[in-house]
Write a protein that binds this ligand. Structure first.
Ligand SMILES: [Fe+2]
Ligand SMILES: [Fe+2]
Length: 169
């Protein structure tokens, strides 16, 4: 079984989100390693709890960011999180009941779900959040003066003229 490795193909280009994804990917791999080598049940439970805790916190973090930014696809994105939360809960129940296959089934489910979710839903959210940061910066730097009296800068801090620049600078 291959391990889940984070690469730039999973990047959403929002540092805090990418860092959390790396942590989750690593937690999945750690659990897979112990399960594959038939490690002690105590260790399996500990790593499962660790994986669940960082995943649950991560989902809540993304949902807070999307809510704060009034992200239009929040409902669709949150529905995907809800599906994963519910499936993971079912696997954890089986693990707690001593089902030896449930651990590896959980790992396989999360590997596939995370690959798909980070590359589409999270990447779309990342693009939205980055764009919002850029707009906020422009608004802040422009202040309330008339348009032609403002210093307009792009996300790199370079000056530009909003009347003559192409959309997207
Ligand atoms: Fe997400
Ligand atoms: Fe995510």
């Amino acid at each position: 079984m291959r391990y889940l490795k984070w690469s730039t193909s999973h990047a959403v280009f929002v540092t805090e989100i990418d860092d959390e994804h790396k942590e989750i990917f690593e937690a999945v791999s750690n659990l897979q390693e112990v399960l594959s080598s038939r490690g002690p049940l105590l260790e399996i439970r500990k790593l499962t709890q660790c994986l669940i805790a960082c995943t649950v916190e991560h989902f809540a973090h993304e949902e807070r960011l999307m809510r704060a930014g009034r992200y239009g696809s929040l409902r669709w994105h949150k529905q995907q999180h809800n599906t994963a939360r519910s499936r993971v809960g079912q696997f954890v129940l089986r693990i707690d009941q001593g089902d030896t296959q449930a651990g590896l089934a959980l790992v396989e489910y999360l590997k596939s779900w995370l690959r798909d979710h980070t590359r589409l839903a999270d990447r779309m959210m990342g693009a939205f959040l980055r764009n919002q940061q850029r707009v906020c910066k422009l608004t802040f730097r422009a202040g309330t003066k008339p348009m032609d009296a403002c210093d307009w800068v792009n996300a790199n801090g370079d000056r530009f003229n909003p009347l003559t620049s192409k959309p997207g600078f």
